[in-house]
Design a protein around this ligand. Sequence first.
Ligand SMILES: *Cc1c(COP(=O)(O)O)cnc(C)c1O
Length: 387
Amino acid sequence: MAVELSQRLKSLPPYLFKEIDRKKEEVMARGIDIIDLGVGDPDIPTPKHIIDALKSAVDEPVNHRYPSYTGMKQFREAVSTWYRDRFEISLDPENEVVSLIGSKEGIAHLPLAFIDPGDIALVPTPAYPVYNIGTIFAGGISHFMPLVEENDFLPDLSSIPDDVAKKAKLMFINYPNNPTSAVATEEFFQDVVSFAKENDILVCHDAAYTEMAFDGYSPPSFLQVEGAKDIGIEFHSLSKTFNMTGWRIGFAVGNMKAIEALGAVKSNIDSGVFQAIQMAGIQALLGDKSCINEMQNIYQKRRDIMVDGLREAGIELRKPKATFYLWVKVPDGYTSTEITKLLLEKGVVVTPGNGFGEPGEGYIRMALTQDEERLKEAISRIKSISF
Ligand SMILES: *Cc1c(COP(=O)(O)O)cnc(C)c1O
């Protein structure tokens, strides 16, 4: 095939995991037992009451037809109710809520609504890659905001040059954060609102991990900050909260104009979320929430096993208050890639931090997506390495 690839595809950042993937295959071929802490995908099944809701919804022919582009009224109402109960935020289900085929879909499509070729989006790094890729696909330019430990993995807004701030149309933020597992303070969110108002920027807060928190901590919504809805939207997902990554359902809420614009893009690209899945989503949002507590307890125990074990092995890391990630400092004298390969030799798969962006160099990310026994086994393998 002699057709040239588009510039947008050719301009994608290099795939940094090639070497690691090759190494992983080689280790697996040698028959070494693999403990995969690489992927941010819950290992725990979707709660039964949600699955049951899907099963009965599938039997209803009315659910077999094209869904509404923006989501069933009932689903949007359920989102609004959940936001009220969880965050004390009021959202008009008519025009401040839109359903998404997973929040990744919405994040990737949002720049098409606001970014013209050459426009700037403010994008954290290290980060979930979709903020940058969505910007590139829309022809935009990412101005990267480094997330470094000295600043508690929050972007330093004062270091964004004035001309960049004035030109920027979007800002992506994500707390609790993937991959650093950092959480945001209310002051930070307030600063973001002021900054966005001053510079006419739409803030897109990715809140995928607000329900995955420990030690009684309850992460805030960005929209709780005064004025946030004037300049911001929030992406949410059922993927992590209810172990539903494969189901593909999420939503965006907040500023009416932005939600409408995202809906307009989507109505020209996709045809909404399968209604039976929306019915299951309603059950998740409005039904029994004890599954969230159970999930938090499971991850908290796993976190403690790993944090204690790694510290005993002489490895430094912060104990996260939220997310199922550990953002682990690489021992002195190694790069992220080197340590990842060393761990792979022992059958422990982790993600090198630089894969999420250059300031992630010097870290690896571990996902707490294995049971306690497997995590203990991972720790004993890590302890057998002399760094
Ligand atoms: C997992 C994750 C999501 C959720 O993606 P879905 O498409 O809803 O499954 C969104 N943002 C971040 C940062 C994530 O890690």
